[in-house]
Design a protein around this ligand. Structure first.
Ligand code: TEU
Length: 547
């Protein structure tokens, strides 16, 4: 008998960036107690899985992505007891919890790094990547994600060490079998506590090329990812750890094509279950319907029937979708609902980033001092240090600053949007009085209620999870309209999206004659329908069943 489909395939994932979610103890940072107090809000949305950003002990220079103790909870977030209660409360509500895990690098304040730099013959020296200077300087010309060079000189160690991100985040040496064993043991520590899986940070960076040759174009940092040896590590990780639990794993894998993506998530690959590829968020700076459709086509053809794709347009690293890819002005509510309709009806598991379900928007702070993001602040310092105009540099970095999506969750119109009784670690978006959860919960036509309806549809109809995908040829080249069907057995759905500020008339094709359409969900009140065509208003989205 066919094996029962994996539990996570029909799931909807909700990402909790806890430090901006809810501050229960008033220190200005969100915390795990705060997440516990808001679990009913998350559950009411109808989601199944919570992805919790890193909560491990950390100096917190990259908001938890610089871990100094994998088996302790950052005091800012709470204690291991609080974390255990969170897990129990998530499970009591029938939801699952996946933890964000960073195994490409640690903090430079991790005891392992202190040992490694203490002497060349320390057993942990080789848990990190060290090189002699070349021509008196860095061993090669690579840029890191967060710094002008991937190399930092360590005076105590008298060598350079490698970091894909900030110098405070030294990369682990995955070639070292003892290191890998220790990581697998640590993963097992968390899985034995009962978590339901991992979101694996920067997982495509684990393998480094032999010899670290200079790059032709140092600014194109693809040399950091998808190097030979990577899939060997992932297969070993799966065999030694993941395969022993009924869990879900999703890997962050920037710069992969669908063919390369399949190597991560192909059901026969025994590596990961899903991946976040970034052909949209990293390589499509602003909305481009033709490019988005092309990306969706490529990934459907590359993965369908062989592996599972993820659908998302924002997260804690990427600007809020209604601002970056939609309309956060006159049509904010309709646009937020249209983007949600698209992500929840395209093939793949949808990921909701906290606040997206109430249509929260990006932000523009007036000064670099108002920003927290280490990536943005390092870039600003580098460019202004090289003579760039501070005002121009700030203006250029603002739209894609990761802080756009990290401002506090907007709960209500009370001071600090009800996020904290203290002073928030980052300023609240000034539009919280009109955009907040309390308002959305009170409004039957809110973005939150629309997300609830979308998620309910997914639970009731397998076609959203397992249905084939086919675009209507008449609209494939259109810049405004996205029109496609999903089909499973006898069920056929039609999704019609007008991603523009203009009305569009959609003629019903000859092949629909004799069929009738049943409207399942729409982001506008039902319009009077002409027999021959539908008049779509700006940012109008509709889901029909074709009968
Ligand atoms: O992000 C990895 C990273 O470099 C991102 O820029 C990612 O590759 C890109 O956004 C793809 O669109 C992860 C975490 O999500 C990020 O918050 C951390 O700062 C980073 O790793 C370092 O751990």
């Amino acid at each position: 008998a066919p094996s029962k489909p994996a539990w996570w395939k029909k799931s909807v994932v909700y990402q909790v960036y806890w430090r901006s979610f809810y501050d229960a103890d008033g220190d200005g940072y969100g915390d795990l107690e705060g997440v516990i107090r808001k679990l009913d809000y998350i559950r009411e949305l109808g989601v199944d899985v919570i992805w919790l950003n890193p909560v491990y002990e950390s100096p917190d220079l990259d908001n938890g992505y610089d871990i100094s103790d994998y088996e302790a909870i950052m005091s800012k977030a709470g204690t291991m007891e609080t974390w255990e209660r969170l897990l129990a409360e998530v499970h009591r509500r029938g939801m699952k919890l996946i933890m964000d895990l960073v195994v490409n690098h640690t903090s430079n304040r991790h005891p392992w790094f202190a040992e490694a730099r203490s002497s060349r013959d320390n057993p942990k020296r080789d848990w990190y990547i060290w090189k002699e200077p070349k021509n008196g300087g860095a061993p090669n010309n690579w840029r890191s994600y967060f710094a002008p060079s991937t190399w930092t000189w360590d005076a105590a160690a008298e060598q350079y060490y490698f970091h894909s991100f900030a110098s405070e985040q030294p990369d682990l040496n995955w070639r070292n079998p003892e290191l890998r064993e220790e990581i697998y043991r640590m993963m097992t520590f968390w899985l034995d506590k009962g978590i339901d899986g991992f979101r694996l940070d920067a997982i495509a960076l684990l393998a480094k090329p032999d010899g670290f040759p200079d790059a032709e174009r140092p600014e194109d940092i693809r040399y950091l990812t998808n190097n030979p040896g990577l899939h060997g590590y992932l297969r070993e990780m799966n065999e030694r750890v993941f395969s022993r639990y009924d869990i879900v794993t999703v890997g962050e894998a920037a710069f992969v094509t669908p063919e390369e993506g399949l190597m991560f998530v192909g059901e026969d690959r025994c590596e990961l279950n899903m991946l976040f590829h970034f052909e949209v968020c990293d390589e499509m700076p602003a909305w481009d319907m033709r490019r988005f459709k092309e990306i969706q086509r490529r990934w459907y053809e590359g993965l369908w029937g062989k592996g599972t794709n993820s659908q998302f347009l924002n997260n804690h690293d990427h600007t809020r979708q209604v601002t970056r890819y939609g309309n956060d002005g006159q049509y904010r509510v309709q646009s937020a609902k249209l983007l949600a309709t698209m992500l929840h009806t395209l093939p793949g598991v949808p990921y909701i980033y906290q606040g997206e379900e109430i249509g929260m928007t990006g932000v523009r702070f007036g000064a670099i001092e108002d920003y927290n993001d280490i990536a943005m602040r390092n870039r600003y310092a580098e460019e202004v240090g090289n003579g760039a105009d501070p005002g121009d540099t700030l203006a250029r970095l603002q739209p894609l600053s990761r802080d756009n999506s990290r401002t506090p969750m907007q709960w209500d119109d009370s001071p600090q949007a009800g996020f904290t009784k203290g002073t928030p670690w980052i300023r609240v978006n000034p539009n919280y009085a009109e955009i907040n959860a309390a308002k959305d919960l009170a409004d039957p036509d809110s973005v939150y209620r629309y997300y609830q309806a979308l998620i309910r549809l997914r639970k009731q109809h397998d076609v959203m999870t397992y249905g084939d995908f086919a675009e209507w040829p008449e609209w494939m080249a259109d810049e405004r309209m996205y029109v496609y069907e999903r089909a499973l057995d006898e069920t056929r759905w039609l999704i019609v999206l007008n991603h523009s500020d203009e009305p569009v008339s959609l003629d019903w094709p000859e092949r629909l004659r004799g069929s009738s359409l049943r409207l399942l969900l729409a982001n506008y009140p039902a319009a009077h329908e002409g027999e021959a065509a539908a008049q779509l208003r700006p940012h109008e989205a509709r889901i029909y069943e074709i009968l």
